[in-house]
Design a protein around this ligand. Structure first.
Ligand SMILES: Cc1cc2nc3c(=O)[nH]c(=O)nc-3n(C[C@H](O)[C@H](O)[C@H](O)COP(=O)(O)OP(=O)(O)OC[C@H]3O[C@@H](n4cnc5c(N)ncnc54)[C@H](O)[C@@H]3O)c2cc1C
Length: 467
């Protein structure tokens, strides 16, 4: 599909976005999306393909020739250029949420691409600094976070997961020690650190406390020297290979606290991880769009036993079902964005719910598209689908696995404000059915209730999209 304008190819996306964009600035946003579709389907697609060839993947340089630490990730020129081009599309706030997420969906037509994980993290970082940074932090760090000229444009990261596990942040062992000048020094090891760029957020417990605080950590200190954050090695990933993911050790590394130390988890979950979870659902919608495009083009071109693949009844049925699922998921996604924009408490249900349900759909749609292409969809030099399929599985895992997020959904459905706001989005019959389901689950023994969390998610998602 290289060379096509992804925006023009995707009538379902256009319909969903046209409905979701606010009236003010609508025409400009639509023009920007048309340009984004051309860029993503043209030059960006070619750059991302090149950057994902094995010999072009990111490399770690730990030391310079004199043996001094440099802790630097070297990206190929195509990857850096792809990120700069992507940034030129206007991906960060203050561009409106619906417009920037529609652009993220178009970018994800090319897979994670080494672009969209860094994008979601940089978006969250910018939002956090904007909303919760001190004036000094805003003036020092916001220009760096937004700078397309760093060696790793879209430079934000969030290093939370440790060796002992990513699901339970409260078990973090990294320690933070307060300095007389009000800055902090962090000591510990972060196990999955995607996009180690110039600036990242990280978590640690202040000495003497068992509460996780949130910190901002730059690669370079304010005087330009390297911070004591050492990249130990890169992960050999199965997917999302265009960006580096590393193990990073903090050896009394300089950091600044974001907000009050006791509010770390609230800020992390409410701003940064929320942005990443929204990003996961958007990424999965991009993968689904590409799966639809590739399988349609292939089905129309390939003739088997005198018949186009697209004309076989099972293929027609598959296309129709996938189209229905994608239309529904797009509708739900832009409703979620509207809730987030409006500060509607329903977002506490919607964000984890769509992270779970849409990321599952992403993997399923890619699998089904690959089966339509059959043998050729196993060839990395024939089809983009194997790469996207690996990326899709990772979207299901990072930013919270399904059981963890399904528990968040269940909890939010039991809190009065978020529950009634979510139920108000449903049609009466669906609302009643979900209320019944919640009552029935509440009567279950604890273990059975936990086991039912994911099917509760399925029920809530089905109720939402049946509206
Ligand atoms: C490519 C990649 C890049 C990543 N980049 C980053 C990054 O930049 N920054 C970062 O901080 N992290 C990153 N991660 C880590 C990611 O967020 C974690 O993998 C994820 O949160 C899950 O943690 P875990 O892998 O340690 O699994 P674990 O927490 O060990 O979970 C293992 C199993 O237990 C289940 N489980 C855990 N808790 C519960 C529960 N309460 N109830 C029921 N079941 C439960 C899980 O569902 C899972 O099946 C990355 C991961 C990948 C794959």
């Amino acid at each position: 599909a290289q060379g096509l304008n992804y925006w023009r190819e995707d009538a379902l996306l256009r319909a969903a976005v046209e409905k979701a964009l606010p009236a003010a600035g609508r025409e400009n946003a639509l023009e920007a999306l048309d340009a984004a579709g051309a860029l993503c389907g043209g030059p960006l697609s070619a750059l991302v393909e090149k950057a994902h060839q094995d010999q072009n993947l990111p490399r770690l340089t730990k030391f310079d020739a004199w043996g001094a630490r440099v802790d630097r990730i070297d990206y190929c020129t195509e990857q850096v250029e792809a990120r700069r081009l992507a940034m030129s599309l206007g991906l960060l706030p203050p561009v409106g949420l619906a417009e920037r997420m529609a652009k993220a969906i178009l970018l994800n037509y090319n897979g994670e691409g080494g672009i969209t994980c860094p994008l979601a993290m940089t978006d969250g970082l910018v939002q956090l600094l904007d909303q919760h940074g001190t004036p000094a932090q805003k003036s020092r760090w916001l220009p760096l976070a937004r700078d397309p000229g760093t060696p790793t444009p879209l430079t934000g990261g969030q290093f939370v997961t440790e060796k002992q596990g990513g699901s339970t942040v409260s078990e973090n062992e990294t320690r933070a020690s307060l300095q007389p000048d009000g800055t902090w020094r962090l000591t510990g090891l972060k196990w999955f650190c995607s996009n180690p760029g110039e600036l990242w957020l990280t978590t640690a417990k202040p000495e003497g406390s068992d509460t996780v605080a949130l910190f901002l950590m730059p690669r370079r200190l304010p005087d330009g020297t390297l911070n004591e954050a050492h990249i130990l090695r890169l992960k050999d990933l199965s997917g999302t290979r265009g960006k580096a993911t590393a193990e990073v050790e903090f050896a009394a590394a300089y950091a600044e606290c974001m907000g009050r130390p006791s509010r770390g988890l609230v800020l992390l979950l409410g701003t940064v991880i929320r942005a990443s979870r929204i990003g996961v659902a958007g990424a999965s919608l991009g993968f689904m769009g590409r799966a639809a495009l590739e399988s349609r083009l292939y089905g129309e071109a390939r003739v088997v036993q005198g018949r186009r693949v697209a004309d076989y009844p099972h293929v027609k049925a598959s296309f129709a079902r996938l189209e229905g699922e994608r239309r529904a998921a797009l509708g739900a996604f832009f409703r979620m964005l509207a809730a987030v924009d409006a500060g509607n408490p329903a977002e506490d249900v919607l964000v984890p719910l769509l992270k779970v349900c849409v990321s599952k759909l992403g993997t399923e749609h890619l699998r089904e598209a690959r089966l339509i292409l059959a043998g050729n969809a196993t060839l990395r030099d024939f089809s983009v689908l194997p790469r996207l399929h690996e990326d899709a599985l990772i979207q299901e895992i990072w930013e919270g696995t399904h059981p963890v997020l399904a528990a968040h959904v269940e909890k939010a459905l039991r809190r009065r404000a978020s529950s009634s706001a979510f139920l108000a989005l449903l049609a009466p019959a669906q609302r009643r059915a979900l209320e019944e389901r919640l009552k029935a689950d509440a009567a279950l023994p604890e273990e059975a209730r936990q086991a039912a969390h994911e099917s509760l998610c399925d029920a809530a998602y089905a109720a939402l999209v049946q509206n």
